[in-house]
Design a protein around this ligand. Structure first.
Ligand SMILES: [Zn+2]
Length: 367
């Protein structure tokens, strides 16, 4: 056949043209939009479903940590030069950096894990997913002490030279502010290896009286507790119209973090539902993030900073307080077992790992 004499690249080109002109389903029309469901997170330029509402930094109403100007300052004073002059804490126009893991050699010197070629690849943002998966192995939970995500972003972006990949608002809306390939500035020694989230919550205190909790939470006669935003925050920027938040448990939760006795109101059921989906997603996309929290020998949560070598070896979900002695977030109220057990269920297609193991055992015994 004469066809066989045609050079291979020409044949490949012909196949492409035929595919595009034959109305083949795999060939998208020029200008056809890619459909999004609104639950996607961005990881090294790829979108991954979470099953919960996510607002990306590129979406209307999103929060963009790539921008160098302040988000909430008067527009004519928001440029970087004015912001730098007006806010002493703002030292760098960029509020994120390059993930650049280092190892300590036996002689004590530090060495880059990435090769010079890999650094050349990623310095302009060109991470591929496998390389990013080899670096990211922790998911750090914070409470924001801002109360709502809009105020949280205001603090990070406009006042503090800080950043975080995700925020979770009172209504469970997740905001992503940077691609996960970026090194966000939220957890000091773990920044290079971690993904971070600031969960909207006013934090933990020694007593409710004389703390922000007294203003932010109101006990109702029906036994419920309602989150009451200060008037100056308006609707707080919460996306769900008319949203009224209630902590998952009506009474403040008492617990000891870093040896300090603290009271904190729980997160909302909407926040737990979103965190469960996001945790399951991150533990799936990043296989080095184990779906677990730091435990002692008896399997109980460790409620304080991990010793340096344990933290170095730890791969999984953890709190900011596991990283730094001066931090107490995400506080005594966070229900770690509820979060992790349900995230594992999501990863197992709706079954608990135990149920899964049992049914697998039954299947094997029938084989
Ligand atoms: Zn924190």
């Amino acid at each position: 056949m004469r066809f066989q004499k045609l050079p291979i690249p020409w044949l490949a080109g012909l196949a492409c043209v035929l595919a595009f002109t034959s109305g083949c389903r795999t060939a998208p029309r020029a200008g056809a939009p890619v459909t999004r469901l609104g639950d996607e997170i961005m990881v090294a330029g790829q979108l991954f479903h979470t099953g919960t509402r996510v607002v990306l930094w590129t979406d209307p109403g999103g929060y963009d940590a790539y921008r160098v100007e302040r988000r909430f300052a008067p527009f004519d004073k928001s440029d970087w030069e004015t912001s730098h002059a007006d806010v002493r804490e703002l030292q760098s126009p960029n509020r994120y950096g390059l993930r650049r893991p280092m190892v300590t050699k036996p002689d004590g010197t530090r060495e880059s894990v990435l090769t010079p070629e890999q650094i050349e690849q990623v310095r302009g943002g060109g991470w591929d997913l496998p390389l990013l998966q080899s670096v990211v192995d922790q998911f750090v939970l914070h409470f924001d002490v801002a109360g709502v995500s809009r105020q949280c972003f205001n603090t990070l972006q406009d006042h503090r030279d800080l950043s975080v990949h995700f925020m979770c608002d009172l209504d469970g809306t997740i905001y992503q502010t940077l691609d996960l390939k970026e090194r966000a500035w939220h957890a000091t020694t773990s920044n290079t290896r971690s993904v971070g989230i600031e969960i909207a919550n006013m934090g933990g205190y020694r007593e409710v009286e004389n703390s922000p909790l007294a203003k932010w939470y109101r006990h109702e006669s029906n036994g419920q507790t309602t989150i009451t935003l200060p008037a100056n925050l308006g609707d707080g920027g919460i996306r769900t119209p008319g949203f009224v938040g209630h902590p998952a448990r009506p009474e403040p939760v008492r617990g000891t973090i870093q040896g300090e006795d603290l009271l904190q109101y729980d997160y909302t059921p909407q926040q737990y539902a979103a965190l469960i989906r996001l945790t399951a997603t991150l533990c799936t996309v990043f296989p080095k993030i184990k779906c677990d929290y730091p435990r002692d020998a008896s399997g109980k949560l460790i409620p304080k900073k991990l010793p340096d070598d344990e933290l170095h070896n730890y791969q999984g979900v953890l709190g900011h307080y596991h990283i730094q002695t001066d931090k107490t977030d995400p506080g005594p109220a966070l229900q770690w077992d509820y979060l992790i057990d349900n995230a594992r269920r999501v990863m197992n297609g709706g079954f608990s790992p135990a149920a899964n193991a049992t049914s697998m055992g039954q299947m094997r015994s029938k084989m």
